[in-house]
Each structure stands twice: as C-alpha cells, then as structure tokens.
Write a protein that binds this ligand. Structure first.
Ligand code: SAM
Ligand code: SF4
Ligand code: SF4
Length: 333
C-alpha cells in the first residue's frame, strides 16, 4: 500500500535525525545564545536504537519511501553511525544518503562507504575562513571541511555541497563558491535562509532570493536551466553553459514547493513529523516499545500520512514566523 495525503502527495523521502546534538552553533540553526554549552539534549535512552530505526525505516519503505537521508543535529556525532548505515543498506532499492557539517568526515568516510552509504551532502556556507567561523560560531576552519569532502571523494562517495545564504553575512561569497566547485564534480546547492524553529530571529530581509543568487552567478559563469529529474526534487537545477557542472537553488521561501513535498521526518526520539514547520509529531517510539507488530506500525504511519495537509511554505507570511514550531536541529534538516 502506497498512501497519498489529502493533497495527493505520495511518501517518497524519509529524513531521520539520529541525534539532536551538534558540535557547531550555526546562528541560523542552534544559536549559542540559546543552545550555549549546557543545553539539555536528549538522553541516550531517549534515542531510537539502530534496531528500532531499521524497523521504522522498513515500515516507511513498505509505504513507498525510496530515499532515506540521515541527519541531525550532526549525524556523525552518533556513535558508530556506520552500524546504522550497514543495517539500512540491506533494504533493497533504497537510496541512502547523509547530511553532515563534515567536521568528522575525514575520519569516517571509509567506514561509511564500506557500510553501504550511497551519497553524502556536506554543508559549507562560505570559503572565507572569517565568514565561515563566524557562521559556525565554534571557530571551525574551512580547510577541515574541504579535507572531509576530499576524503569522501577519495573513497568513492559522490558529494554535494549545500550553502545556506544569509544577506549581509555570506552572500558576497556566492560567486567564489561557484568558482571553487565548478569542474570538481561536486554539485553546489544554495539554500534560502528559512524561518525554521523559533530561535534564529529570522526576518524576511535576511533572505537572498534564489533568483538573485542565480543571476549573480550567471553574470560571471553563464547558466542554463536543467529539467527536474523527479517529482519532489527540492532543488531547481542549473548547468554551466561551458559544461563545468551544475548548481542548484532551494527556494523554499520565495518559490515554495509544498505541492510536490513527499518528505517525512523522524526526530531522534522517534517522533514522526510530516512538515519541517510542524508543531506536533506522532510518537513512533512509544508504539515500537509497546510491542506493536509491523502491520500496526505501518498502519499508524499510513494513517498519519493520509491525514496530512501541510503546506506551510505556501502560506508563510512575516507573521507566521511567530508561530510555535520545532527546531531544525531536533527535527532534522
Ligand atoms: N549538521 C548537519 C549539517 O549541518 O549538514 C545536518 C543537520 S542540518 C540541520 C541540515 C541542513 O539544514 C544544513 O545544510 C543546514 O545548513 C540547513 N539549515 C539549518 N538551519 C537552516 C535555516 N534556518 N534555513 C535553511 N537551512 C538551514
Ligand atoms: Fe549543527 Fe548542522 Fe545546525 Fe549547523 S546546521 S548547528 S552544523 S545541525
Ligand atoms: Fe514540505 Fe512543509 Fe516544506 Fe511545504 S513547508 S515543502 S509541506 S516540509
């Protein structure tokens, strides 16, 4: 059974947050002023175990999920994450990927590849050390992220690079990023700064519209549009006319794509969310730990999906930023 939600959208992608912890304090995600160093993160027992996660993942795959992305928090902080990758890699036909800040990637790339990871997304917001350090707010240098990207490439993991663009913070470096990654085989994707969570003080003025990013790059390196590859693809893709590769823009604020949103998310403690901007989740952990059968687990997820009506980005206004919602580091980006 492959359920559709109330807007006719199937469930195709699952993002699993494997931890709510992070060693960075990106101001747009886990600002130090709020998360500090003594913030109370989840206890280990609260997290879904790898065995529980595999069971939940299999239920989602039975309902139509084709792609699973491991995220967080910083997923590589979860102990022996390759053990989870190895379990999920045994599920037939699944595209298995991971989003990371790459701080631990040089050390982990080989084990992740050996365990069966298909691809990796690395977040890197600037090539300028001072800008990047200010954005991660823990003094982490660009060079170590680039080392992580090289290590992943060396073991055969295709790498995409994601950059969140915030006006007046890193937008001046957008063309430099394009120049650096052109011709490397790493697709570069720019993400509009979003009003996720309630701690980052988001304002519409901070958003650099994707169209402006494309214009700035096109002025230096001419671009042409690429057709989207499948329904639910979040990035609008552009290729360099000289054949040096591709960029993408994720215009969740200026050109929302809820109509094609086929994503579900599970928090590290096993709550199911059907929108990045959801307020309430469904507790799958309680169900799993109460001895539910596979059929019962599947039925619960299918029921939640069938009732889904989320389209937050299409109804976003300056005012909706005030509504309560879950932090991105908790729900998984
Ligand atoms: N820690 C990992 C990382 O940074 O790649 C994985 C989790 S992080 C929450 C996933 C993605 O969400 C990152 O690419 C990050 O830049 C993005 N992100 C976080 N806060 C955001 C925001 N307010 N707007 C847009 N993207 C955001
Ligand atoms: Fe950590 Fe990723 Fe959030 Fe930055 S974006 S604080 S690296 S979870
Ligand atoms: Fe999907 Fe919600 Fe984002 Fe719309 S706002 S694209 S429904 S996660």
């Amino acid at each position: 059974m492959h359920p559709l939600d109330t807007l006719g959208r199937p469930i195709r992608d699952l993002r699993i947050s494997v931890t709510d912890r992070c060693n960075f304090r990106c101001a747009y995600c886990m600002p130090k002023s709020v998360f500090g160093h003594d913030y109370r993160f989840m206890d280990r027992r609260e997290l879904l175990s790898f065995e529980e996660l595999e069971r939940v993942a299999r239920a989602f795959v039975a309902l139509g999920v084709e792609k699973i992305r491991l995220t967080g928090g910083e997923p590589l902080l979860r102990k022996e994450l390759e053990g989870l990758v190895a379990r999920l890699a045994t599920i037939d036909g699944l595209d298995l990927t991971l989003t990371t800040n790459a701080s631990l990637l040089a050390r982990k790339a080989q084990a992740l590849r050996d365990a069966g990871l298909d691809r990796i997304n690395v977040s890197l917001d600037s090539l300028d050390d001072a800008t990047f350090k200010a954005m991660n707010d823990v003094d982490f240098p660009v060079s170590r992220v680039l080392e992580g990207i090289d290590a992943a490439t060396a073991v055969g993991l295709p790498v995409k690079v994601n950059a969140v663009v915030k006006r007046g913070v890193n937008d001046a470096g957008v063309v430099d990023m394009a120049r650096h990654f052109r011709g490397t085989g790493h697709a570069l994707r720019f993400i509009e700064y979003m009003d996720v969570g309630t701690t980052n003080g988001w304002r519409l003025d901070d958003v650099v519209p994707a169209a402006e990013i494309v214009e700035r790059i096109d002025a230096v390196f001419p671009l042409e549009a690429v057709e989207s590859a499948y329904r639910g693809e979040v990035a609008r893709r552009w290729r360099y006319r000289d054949g040096a590769g591709e960029i993408g823009v994720i215009a969740s604020v200026t050109e929302p794509f809820c109509g094609d949103c086929t994503r579900a998310r599970i928090s590290a403690e096993g709550k199911l969310y059907t929108c990045l901007f959801a307020i309430r989740g469904t507790d799958l952990r309680a169900l799993v730990r109460s001895g539910a059968t596979d059929d019962e687990l599947r039925d619960e997820i299918a029921g939640v999906w069938t009732r889904r009506a989320d389209r937050y980005s299409e109804i976003r206004t300056e005012g909706t930023a005030e509504l309560p919602r879950i932090e991105m580091s908790y729900i998984g980006g």
